[in-house]
Design a protein around this ligand. Structure first.
Ligand code: PMP
Length: 448
């Protein structure tokens, strides 16, 4: 596959941008990232004219793929050409807020910001301001963006900054615990309960191999935080308007958080984040409350229009049936390929998220060549239940080097664009077709 133009662009980029990229994960493609010229439905065309089936979809925002339907495109173009923004409110912000409030029962009020990171940063400040407490509990292997309170690793006994530049005195307010581990969470609350402002978690870990909650785990977090007067923050930046359709993952799992953070799909492909939740909590944001929060670009009309029209299109056109159907097919057929050719690996995901991770969680009761039957929903009746990862430690040992060789050596060479590393998930869009799925399955067969 010719990539001369990408190489030349990368050389230019390296001399003016750190690592040649504007977001760390992008440089993970080896030997260098390919530059995209344009999108086309479920595909991208790179700077050298190569066509790839795109399962990255902007890392999640592009529920509809690269060809936006007419109504979405028209709304974006109208708002871009008429403004594009004003520093004072517009109707389309209210329209999108009303749409979210109508579809996500836990959200009574919402504030829009410009990225998932901004949403989680504001949510943490809000929880601290509302409760008057400092500590935040997060999951090991969870990701909440590039922000000081969550770039923390280690465990609750010994939290450490996971990036240079994060003061230790910030990290000590963050308590990382293993996902799906009720005992560990109880222990942290026994010791620090009175100081915990919030537990913040993704409903499904989506940045660490796709780890689904075990039955009852999210409800357990809801009850425990209630008992201790802490808030429960669900970070639905990935899962929002993807898992569980317009009700989001919280409707699928039947759990009601105090605060939800959104990003990605809610902005229809433009920079976005949002913090929604119970009215009396969200009202604590300035100017109605004492927790300062502001942004020049927040509620940007182009983003609001793109988000609103994307969600309205999804509501009216069976988008979730399409993406979840293809997701199910990918997971089912990949499970068979993996059971046959690489039984030591695991197919994970649900709805329109999928990934093959190069590890398995444990020895398991059942034969390794039995395929997953429940789309990684942690259903104990699934023959692969014991092999499905339950937390970050189960994913950590994945064969990262092998994954890189197989994927950047072989999947891309066959015209398949998968997420840049072993841990981030992949997404099905409305633009993907049965043919894209078939091509991809063939490529996996070859690569594995
Ligand atoms: N939370 C979650 C769960 C995410 O997956 C991400 C990004 N992938 C973020 C927050 C940060 O969002 P952003 O990259 O838009 O700042």
């Amino acid at each position: 596959m010719n990539d001369d133009n990408s190489r030349e662009l990368y050389d230019r980029a390296l001399s003016v941008m750190p690592g040649g990229v504007n977001s760390a994960v992008r440089a993970a493609i080896e030997p260098y990232p390919f530059f995209v010229q344009k999108g086309d439905g479920g595909h991208v065309i790179d700077a050298d004219g190569n066509r790839l089936v795109d399962w990255v979809m902007g890392l999640g925002p592009l529920l509809l793929g690269h060809d936006l339907p007419d109504q979405v495109r028209a709304a974006i173009q109208q708002n871009a050409s008429e403004g594009p923004m004003y520093g004072t409110p517009t109707e389309v912000e209210v329209d999108l807020a009303e749409f979210v409030v109508r579809h996500v029962p836990s959200v009574e009020k919402i504030r829009f910001v410009n990225s998932g990171t901004e949403a989680t940063t504001s949510a943490v400040r809000l929880a601290r301001g509302y409760t008057g407490r400092n500590k935040i509990v997060v999951m090991q292997g969870g990701y909440h963006g590039a922000q000081e309170s969550t770039l923390v690793e280690g465990d609750a006994e010994n939290p450490q900054p996971s990036s240079a530049g994060v003061p230790h005195s910030f990290a000590e307010h963050t308590l990382p615990v293993p996902f799906n581990d009720e005992d560990a969470m109880r222990a942290v609350f026994e010791e620090h309960g009175e100081d915990i402002a919030a537990v913040m978690t993704e409903p499904i870990l989506g940045n660490y191999g796709i780890v689904s909650p075990e039955d009852g785990y999210l409800e357990f977090l809801r009850e425990l935080t209630d008992e201790h007067g802490s808030l429960f923050i669900l970070d639905e930046v990935i899962t929002g308007f993807r898992v569980g359709g317009l009700g989001c993952a919280q409707s699928e799992f039947g759990v009601t958080p105090d605060i939800t953070t959104f990003g990605k799909i809610i902005g229809g492909g433009f920079p976005v984040g949002a913090i929604g939740g119970k009215a009396h909590i969200i009202e604590q944001f300035a100017p109605s409350g004492p927790v300062f929060q502001a942004g020049t670009f927040s509620g940007h009309p182009v983003t609001m229009a793109a988000g609103l029209e994307t969600l309205q299109f999804a509501a009216e056109n069976g988008v979730y049936d399409h993406v979840n159907g293809l997701g199910e097919r990918l997971r089912t057929d990949l499970s068979e390929i993996v059971a046959d050719q690489a039984p030591e690996y695991t197919v994970v995901g649900t709805d329109s998220m999928f990934k093959v991770i190069f590890t398995r969680a444990g020895p398991g009761k059942n034969s390794l060549d039995e395929a997953c039957t429940d789309g990684c929903r942690q259903n104990p009746t699934c023959p692969r239940y014991d092999h499905c990862p339950k937390n970050a430690a189960d994913v950590k040992n994945a064969e990262t080097e092998r994954w890189r060789r197989v994927f950047w050596g072989q999947m891309k060479a066959q015209g398949i664009f998968l997420s840049q590393n072993q841990f981030e998930c992949q997404f099905v869009s409305y633009a993907h077709t049965d043919e894209d799925v078939e091509r991809t399955l063939e490529a996996y067969k070859e690569a594995l």
